[in-house]
Ligand binder design. Structure first.
Ligand code: ARG
Length: 467
């Protein structure tokens, strides 16, 4: 029989019951639900709203339920409406009338708003640890490749020389910001909605600061309607997750290209690639393709959340139950992707010689050739034009700027001398790109040092309370 049987003359239709129920996906918040209830019951006892003895019995009862769920003795009832109803019903089964006192001065609306915050807060830490590890992995790899020359691209056309280290650290920087974003999301959502009640607070003398403290929130939310109504923190988190996926997806796309015979810059370990059912020669980068694919899915989760919220009048509406599958799906997929990505990167073979060969073609030193003239006194636009003409000549004659005879250079400008060959050598081009944040080995080493230092600081899950 339903909890609200007093008001109704019929049982809920079985189809509606199944349709309405969320236990299939919100059961994963059981630990958070119980933790919230323990804090609530403790506060009810301390404020004299229920007897101390009953509060203590409820806390013990809840701890027993938690232990039994964790040991597998207690299974979730698929007919329960949600995890909140399930735990409360189980408590009442165990304690009788005392169990019925737990829901005093509380609603499922503040309860669910609390549980989801508690749950996401823990998950944010888990995701951040993984992203942190991935960023560290990129730093380790970069350290090995500060001299590994490769072409940098724009429009997927060879553009200017960079190193593999510099390229890897570009992703490490994106992930560093992802970490900071996760941190911000967690900070902003760290207010307790418990005590907002259904929507309008309560007439009991509750202590919202106490429950907030017990549950390690910074403070209670200021407005009871807002506390139960918004899911902006789900949206923000999902947005941060979408960006993590976007970064992984761009990286994946590059790895897919690099694995092709057209590039052959890297080779995936056999354990992180798959074959074809028909073509014996194939080695496919499925992992990276799946990451690229799942990015669309996480973006979809973000749209689900935004669309779910956009037309809802205050306060709680059942539409909000749809928040969970979306945000859980995003969390699960991001964790899965990062967990797979790390060992895939660690075991990936970097084919330096092919990168270098690609860097030697495609005239990626043309800017440096123009800069040579500029450094000898010519205005940049003129130098640009002369170099463009020389490149066109090289293409016509099957030459490179390195193999073009000095006589040909001097036909275009007598500012050219033998030392132009040194100025356009790949090593020189790279070494000279030493502006702050640039790809020269020295600049990259400094970037790496800064990043490593920052990574040591952004590990908030290890920060201990400063008293
Ligand atoms: N299962 C619901 C959810 O996930 C819990 C809150 C239900 N509240 C209500 N008044 N029906 O949102």
């Amino acid at each position: 029989m339903a909890l609200w049987a007093g008001r109704f003359s019929k049982e809920v239709d079985a189809t509606v019951n199944a349709f309405n129920s969320s236990i299939a996906f919100d059961a994963r918040m059981y630990a958070q639900d119980i933790r919230g209830s323990i804090a609530h019951a403790t506060m009810l006892g301390d404020c004299g709203i229920i007897a101390k003895s009953e509060s203590e019995a409820i806390v013990k009862g809840l701890q027993g339920i938690l232990a039994d769920i964790e040991s597998g003795v207690l299974e979730f009832d698929p007919n329960a409406e949600d995890i909140h109803m399930f735990v409360e019903a189980e408590l009442t089964k165990r304690l009788g009338d005392t169990g019925k006192r737990l829901h005093t001065a509380r609603s499922r609306n503040d309860q669910v708003a609390l549980d989801i915050r508690l749950y996401l807060r823990d998950e944010i830490d888990e995701i951040a640890k993984l992203v942190h590890e991935l960023t560290g992995t990129l730093c380790d790899m970069a350290e090995q490749h500060t001299e590994t020359v490769m072409p940098g691209y724009t429009h997927l056309q060879r553009a200017q020389p960079v190193t593999f280290a510099h390229h890897l650290l570009a992703y490490a920087q994106m992930l560093r910001r992802d970490l900071l974003r996760l941190h911000d999301v967690k900070e902003r959502m760290n207010e307790s909605p418990l005590g907002c009640g259904a929507l309008a607070g309560t007439t009991y003398p509750i202590d919202r600061w106490q429950t907030a403290r017990l549950l390690e929130f910074d403070r209670p939310t200021d407005n009871s309607l807002d506390g139960v109504s918004d899911r902006d923190f789900c949206v923000e988190l999902c947005c941060a997750l979408s960006l993590i996926m976007t970064h992984l997806s761009r990286f994946s796309e590059e790895i897919i290209l690099w694995c092709s015979w057209e590039f052959k810059f890297v080779e995936l370990d056999d354990a992180f690639a798959t074959g074809s059912s028909i073509m014996p020669q194939k080695k496919n980068p499925d992992v990276t393709e799946l990451i690229r694919g799942k990015t669309g899915r996480v973006n979809g989760d973000l749209m689900t959340l935004l669309s779910m919220l956009k037309g809802l009048p205050l306060a709680y509406n059942k539409d909000m139950q749809e928040d969970k599958e979306a945000i859980f799906d995003a969390i699960d997929n991001v964790k899965l992707c990062v967990k797979t990505f790390i060992p895939m990167l660690k075991t990936m073979r970097v084919l330096k010689d092919n990168m270098r060969k690609a860097a030697a073609g495609g005239f990626i030193n043309a800017t440096d050739c123009a800069d040579y003239l500029v450094k000898n006194g010519m205005p940049f636009r003129d130098a640009y034009k002369i170099t463009g003409t020389l490149v066109a000549q090289c293409i016509r004659e099957g030459l490179t700027l390195e193999t073009l005879p000095i006589a040909e250079y001097r036909k275009m400008s007598d500012l050219f001398n033998e030392d132009v060959y040194e100025a356009i050598s790949l090593e020189h081009c790279l070494k000279e790109r030493s502006s702050f944040g640039g790809p020269s080995p020295q600049a990259v080493a400094e970037q790496l040092e800064g990043l490593r230092y920052e990574l040591e600081q952004i590990n908030w899950w290890e920060w201990t309370e400063q008293v």
